[in-house]
Design a protein around this ligand. Sequence first.
Ligand SMILES: Nc1ncnc2c1ncn2[C@@H]1O[C@H](COP(=O)(O)OP(=O)(O)OP(=O)(O)O)[C@@H](O)[C@H]1O
Length: 374
Amino acid sequence: MIEVSLKGITKSYGTHLAIPPLDLEIPKGKFVTLLGPSGCGKTTTLRIIAGLEKPSGGELSLAGRRAYSGDTAEFIPPEKRGLGFIFQSYALWPNMKVDRNITLALQQSKLPKADIAARLEEALTKVQLKGMEERFPSELSGGQQQRVAVARLIAARNSILLMDEPLSNLDAVLRTEMRAELKRLSRDLGATTVYVTHDQVEALTMSDLIVVMNGGRIQQVGSPYEIYHQPSNLFVAEFIGDPKLNLLEGDLVQDGKQSAISYAGVTIPLPNQAVHSGGKVKFGIRPERLTILEQSRPNTLMAEVDVVQPTGSQTIVSLNANGQRFTVLVSRFIESWPNKRVWLEFDGSAIMLFDNKTGESIKSDLQRGNANAA
Ligand SMILES: Nc1ncnc2c1ncn2[C@@H]1O[C@H](COP(=O)(O)OP(=O)(O)OP(=O)(O)O)[C@@H](O)[C@H]1O
């Protein structure tokens, strides 16, 4: 069932078209992240769903109910949309204690006192803030304030939650903890969550579905696996992945029945792909799918180690080969590489192909369901 539906939604600011017609369907109960670079229209889209921004046209439905229509000028105000929010600043009332911050909306909706007390108790327990109900927000740490905002959502029991970069003010350790907490919250409430971030790690770790945006346009909607392993174009491929994928240009050739890439005298068979068109292509390979060898083997590329950066559990190695910079991710701690001269081996099963001109992903004949290609 579709919980949030945008059909041809547009938004202009004066002559600036921030959101060209946008179609998006968000299934009930899913955690969906809008991801993209600064200015791509994530926040505008979320604010349109919230009702904080009026679209310039199109149609928006929430839980099967029309919330906006450009044709009929229908517009349901934010407070009547039944949504829960957490935005970058937690929007806590500084002059109210924790308990009142959590229950204010419930009191305004005239819920019986006993129910409010029960919900407050449940919410405080869930976010582990029991004993802090008498404090003002200024007497709490950033993480605790964040948890008050989460508690408010738990107490309100909204079926659609909207979150805009809610973790960006937190330090790295707290951010990791809060990621798990928000994911748990969304799951426990059975809520449909629309989450905005420019942080790909947040998107990959938290989402059921990721919507990658650029310039107001949706580039791809897919599971974290699809977005990472089967990007629909070069923009998505380069935007996702840290360190970035290695992007090269080579020739797509037929090697017997199989397709292969020919690059700098190296032939890389593509075991998962049979592509009948040939010629120049762009191809990408993620840093963890390249292997550094100490000795030459057939179809390996000679390279020179440049910089070695251990991150703890992994090491990022920068190399130069064929007049280009390569990045390899090695899954262990390495302080320095013993020999500068090494060879790179490509995992052909992990190669992504892109049209040289359009940058669109080249689907193999197998992916297109062409039986002849098998
Ligand atoms: N009130 C406004 N007036 C004019 N232009 C605006 C306004 N709000 C947003 N924009 C423009 O609309 C586009 C989308 O902005 P939006 O804030 O949605 O991007 P974003 O992806 O959320 O970026 P960020 O990650 O930096 O918050 C940008 O080009 C921005 O400059």
